[in-house]
Design a protein around this ligand. Sequence first.
Ligand SMILES: Cc1ncc(COP(=O)(O)OP(=O)(O)O)c(N)n1
Ligand SMILES: Cc1ncsc1CCOP(=O)(O)O
Ligand SMILES: [Mg+2]
Length: 368
Amino acid sequence: MSRYCDISSYLVVGPEDTHGRPVVDIVRVALQAGITMVQLRAKHSDAKAMIALCEQIAQCIAQEGKQEQVKFVVDDRLDVVLAARDAGIRVDGIHVGQSDIPVQVCRKLLGPDAIVGLSAHTVDLISMITELEPGIIDYVGAGALHPTSSKADAHLIENASEDSHALADIAALCHVCPYPVVVGGGVTVADLPQLAQAGAQGWFVISAIAGADDPYRAASELVSTWREVTKDTSTPDQSHEVSVIDSTNVVDSAASTAKTDDKDTYINTLAQVAIWPVGTGEELSSHVAQAVAIIHQSGLPAHTHAMSTDMEGDFPNVMHTIEQAILALYHAGVRTQASIQLDLRAGVRNQIHEKVTAVERILQQDVR
Ligand SMILES: Cc1ncc(COP(=O)(O)OP(=O)(O)O)c(N)n1
Ligand SMILES: Cc1ncsc1CCOP(=O)(O)O
Ligand SMILES: [Mg+2]
């Protein structure tokens, strides 16, 4: 089983969020709508009730045929995860906050294959990055983007009260963070274009799905909008959205350029990338999949072949994505090697397809 988790469309849910509807019913329709990760967050339930919910959710994920793609984690309760696993229930991991059980303990008790997510705001994130050993956590949950009634003690992401600064902060956070970042807290469909633009790997919501009158419709809209806005962040017609990022408020100005695609500065870059672990044994594919997934989630056009992945986009976007993909593997705790070939060429686009079709055209002529 791969440790990779797809945090792009992430449902967090518990009995207090569903207006009396069974949690598993919300999870089921959200899975059918395409959500990619589920977290049980049941602040007022006892351990026994949570284990029962874990069983229902795990069963539901299996019934929907999503066991391979959709990871299921529990908020805060390491005891519940351990007890559920001991009872043969598939819980993939845990999500904890800065004052919950330390992530090192979670990793130690859940083992190397488990998913461990950690909450962080901008400031504690930076110290966390310097302190954490590689391989302890898989992703960072950042919130709250907006005030929310779903978490009484939620802190707004630094500067999140001022919309344009919040975006700059998220961009900075995503840039300095060596782990994928998922952003939540009052998130709605309207936030998704800007979150994608800022470099978030995904969104998490409670009320926008669990509190909706029609959770299937709400989840579908979120999922399809996210797919739409992350399809190709390097297309020139999206460049105006970048202008809301205030570079003076960004920790490293590269964070703002990472997603920039201005007509005058665009540098078309075709890359062939191979990233692989060293010293992990004969079977490399589960590790390779972690890196490849980051490339595909970037929204840049990409094709994976047996030995490498091709991708194309503006130079900073391509380099940022390659960096994230390499670090995903490195931070999973393995020695990581990479081979990168780049073709930077002015005045062209869509070389990832054009080069192939040019050769195919010649081959077809030869056959005739
Ligand atoms: C994906 C995700 N991100 C952040 C949180 C918040 O976790 P935490 O800080 O531990 O706060 P509580 O959820 O425990 O109130 C989360 N649960 N999920
Ligand atoms: C758990 C959590 N962590 C930060 S904000 C939040 C609540 C998100 O819920 P909602 O989507 O209803 O605002
Ligand atoms: Mg917590």
